[in-house]
Design a protein around this ligand. Structure first.
Ligand SMILES: [Zn+2]
Length: 88
């Protein structure tokens, strides 16, 4: 049986419980039965949807860096040409 992390909505207490199915355990601190299950970050990240999204962000970031480099190169070239045209 898997151990799940829970966070009590009543008092905010976090605890771990062995649960079966969608069973929600009572909070050991205040005994409220309205805890929400917290999923480990690794599980959330490994879903195909979020993985695609992460890759999309990474691709966009890489593209942005590439574009910045191109802009920088263009700017350098422009300064270079300007210096030469003004000098002559
Ligand atoms: Zn509680």
């Amino acid at each position: 049986m898997p151990i799940f992390d829970f966070k009590c909505r009543q008092c905010g207490h976090r605890f771990e419980e062995l649960v079966r199915g969608d069973q929600i355990p009572a909070c050991p601190k205040c005994a409220a039965v309205n805890a929400e299950r917290e999923f480990p970050l690794s599980v959330a990240v490994s879903t195909p949807k979020s993985k695609a999204r992460t890759e999309g962000i990474a691709r966009r970031a890489a593209k942005a860096v590439h574009r910045d480099q191109q802009v920088a190169e263009t700017e350098t070239l422009r300064h270079h040409l300007k210096e030469h045209s003004e000098g002559g």
